[in-house]
Design a protein around this ligand. Sequence first.
Ligand code: PXL
Length: 283
Amino acid sequence: MEKQKRVLAIHDISCVGRCSLTVALPILAAAGADCAVMPTAILSTHTGGFTGFTFRDLTADMLPVARHWKDLDLRFDAIYTGYLGSSEQIDIVKEIIDMFRTDETTVLVDPAMADNGKLYTSFSDDFPMLMRSLCSKADIVIPNFTEAALMLGEPYIEPPYTDEYIEKAVIRLRDELGVPCAVLTGTDIGDGQLGAISYDGKEISRAGAGKIDGYFHGTGDVFGSAFLAGVINGLDMRESMRLACDYTRECIRRTVELGQEERYGVCFEKVLPMLIERIAGNV
Ligand code: PXL
């Protein structure tokens, strides 16, 4: 009988708005993982689409928490990092990765800091280069096109893209960041599909699902969590991307069907049975 996988998810808690930890924990739990959490900050809501949100920075708590876990001899099969609460957390997260990484650990870094050509309001202009240095410690990175452009010091280009542009971007991302595998999300070549492309130094893989128009908050975290759910359950890059694309699309479709306001995130809870079935059936 295979041991239950333990994941450490390092993201903020946006108490309302379904993103970061309030998405990662339930999705990874549904995928059968024991998901430990390290909150980087606690916000009353996320920062996209709400004003007047509260923000409690938890930078000072992170290393003491990690040291306690080290004393307990806790081990993690995967470390999944996302939205960070301060620039100082970049070095802290690197230290935590060093504390817990073994040959069997998968380190997945989502450089959650920007979308639609813009850095999120809470980050300063030097943050993308700091985030780039964190990405270089990962086994897999999953930026969108805005985050990739910021880390590569390139102008952001609006979709639709050419297939050639997407391929070059993912190859550059992997090679320049020095990361074993890069997954670029938000691939849109104007054919009605939206998806992701990966490059692991040998092979380029693609996955996509029918595009639904609109801006849906938190879908990067839904995608990242479902992708990691695939990886820890033994799926390869292409299969994990396909699972994440199909799951994210279905979450968006249900959100539209239910007439839910976009800033409250997508109705991922309603689609968890599909994720569980797909993982059980290994597709
Ligand atoms: O899902 C990205 C995200 C996570 N956490 C917070 C955010 C955002 C995007 O805006 O504001 C606090």
